[in-house]
Design a protein around this ligand. Structure first.
Ligand code: AP5
Ligand code: NA
Length: 345
């Protein structure tokens, strides 16, 4: 990074989750009626998963939670602490301590809401070969309330930020908080970025997603998420470019800043959609032996993107850094990194 950035320039809200990650046989997924590339919220019948992973599959504990992942990666690339601020809710337990330590050592300025008597959220990451299936038990993360954002210090942090990023995942927790941050961004004419996060968000949370969409300046998603959005909208197309064009054309409150959609497609090119134009950004394909797991690739992409976006870099540089960051974390377990970032503009 060349110049010093204002502290707290980027604010994010999400679910702080500790990932419990293990390679499992397909039978394990079948037993819980899960698909190999899924992301779901845990129901009662999924609750034994976490214990089973720890007891029977040498599970690894890794800092997770989609937005927190992205902000940690942005911090790693920026190298300057406290550029990014994170809000989310945890319990008062060892898992919260681990999450806090990982986030702080990455340089993230963490302001957790703490809910006593409710455990910190976890996410089972079930790895089968090159696939991963996520099952989030939000627990404390589900208890985030808007009054946390109204605490004087937190209110100041939100008001002083210049960029805002919230996941679609957070729509299952607290839409009023999202709307409040989005309204602040709009009033101050500052970019508000969001992620489609998982197909189930479009399937089951379309109403709050559509309520916030008019505020969204940049929307991220992968192929499956874009298709799920299109299907839920009844759009008669499976063409990702067409879906992107329709996403950017949805109603928007600040027409001076037309919406941008950024759609990733694994090792295929990233699509940048603005108005009627679609640009492609190639991904450097990794050799099979270089891939540890793709868990966190989507989040790392956003983290790399944000690290450049908050420096006012062009979308081209932001996307290339997104691809760089995603490529790096794929070579590491979960959404973790090693060494110093090597991104060259
Ligand atoms: P997330 O970070 O979203 O990652 P993911 O979904 O596991 O990553 P994917 O591999 O699925 O990436 P993608 O499909 O989004 O992107 P794409 O493949 O297009 O999720 C993990 C985290 O989510 C966990 O830590 C968990 O805690 C959290 N989580 C789960 N449920 C949650 C909830 N309810 N609330 C909050 N958090 C929750 O790839 C993106 C980019 O990666 C590409 O553009 C490219 O640059 C690169 N890339 C991908 N594949 C390759 C390849 N083969 N070779 C080279 N580059 C590649
Ligand atoms: Na990884």
């Amino acid at each position: 990074m060349t110049s010093t950035l204002q502290e707290g320039i980027l604010v994010g809200c999400g679910n702080p989750l500790l990932d419990i990650s293990a390679s499992v046989p397909m039978d394990f997924l079948k037993k819980y009626e899960m698909k190999e590339d899924d992301a779901i919220l845990a129901e009662e019948r999924h609750m034994p998963i976490y214990r089973e992973l720890v007891d029977g599959f040498q599970a690894e504990f890794l800092a997770g939670g989609s937005v927190q992942n992205s902000l940690r990666i942005a911090q790693w690339i920026l190298g300057q602490p406290k550029v990014a601020v994170f809000f989310g809710c945890v319990g008062e337990d060892e898992y919260a301590d681990i999450l806090m330590e990982k986030a702080r050592s990455a340089g993230l300025d963490v302001h957790y809401q703490i809910k006593k008597d409710v455990p910190t959220g976890t996410c089972a990451v079930l790895i089968t070969g090159t696939h991963r299936s996520l099952c989030a038990n939000l627990a404390a993360a589900n208890n985030f309330t808007i009054d946390h954002l109204d605490q004087p210090l937190n209110k100041t942090l939100v008001e002083n930020a210049l960029y805002y990023y919230i996941s679609g995942f957070f729509l299952t927790v607290n839409p009023p908080s999202i709307m409040q941050v989005a309204a602040t961004a709009l009033a101050k004419q500052r970019p508000f970025l969001m992620n489609l996060s998982a197909p189930f968000i479009s399937q089951f949370y379309m109403a709050p997603l559509l309520a916030v969409m008019p505020y969204v300046d940049i929307i991220f998603g992968n192929e499956a998420e874009a298709h799920a959005f299109a299907t839920a909208q009844g759009w008669p197309t499976e063409d990702l470019r067409e879906i992107g064009k329709r996403l950017v054309a949805l109603d928007k409150l600040n027409p001076a800043r037309p919406r941008i959609a950024i759609l990733t497609q694994g090792c295929d090119p990233v699509l940048l959609i603005q108005r009627d134009s679609v640009e492609e950004f190639p991904v450097t394909r990794l050799a099979v032996h270089e891939i540890v797991d793709t868990n966190g690739a989507g989040d790392a992409f956003v983290g790399g993107f944000l690290s450049q976006f908050v420096q006012g870099k062009s979308l081209d540089v932001c996307i290339r850094c997104g691809n760089y960051a995603a490529g790096h974390i794929i070579k590491n377990p979960g959404c973790t990194y090693t060494g110093e970032p090597q991104f060259v503009e």
